[in-house]
Design a protein. Sequence first.
Length: 199
Amino acid sequence: MRHLALTGGIGSGKSTVAQFFAERGATIIDADAISRSLMEPGQQVLAEVIEAFGDHLLDDEGRLDRQALATIVFNDDDARDRLNGIVHPAVRAEAKQQRDAAIAADPDHAIIIQDIPLLVETGQADKFDGVIVVLTDQETRLQRLVETRGMDAEDARARIAAQATDEQRRAVADWVIENSGSLAETERQVEAVWTELTR
């Protein structure tokens, strides 16, 4: 059984890499997807976030204004720490449930890859059998964030700056996937890692 972490900065194309691994048979546990589900109306985590940051962050249907929350926490280290203190333990608990289910389903051969954007920032690298890091040059990341996600360029730069550096990610990496080139080049690198994992 291999239990791996997949990480990379915002706009690095981590989701694409995760999809390539999923197509080869990996179980992907996506911290961002879990976090989004925990922020849905009626969830305890959302209630705690609103208690901490104010109900002005909810729209008329009781949904979180993610952009407004992001603006608060990306400009305030204390606020970001407070948010992480609410969200991260809940995400880890749900990820553990998904991991346990995958192991139970295929105890001898499961390859579980947890997609954790803030792996380095939260000091979790040593909890895994290995770490896969997706690296993409900053200009490509900025272009993706602005063109694909519709982010303001200044906001995109601030988000990149708030995360770990490529050097910090390389320091914890067992495998590095360079994702600045073509999709085919990226997929070839994923195939090489997968071959090693399943050898």
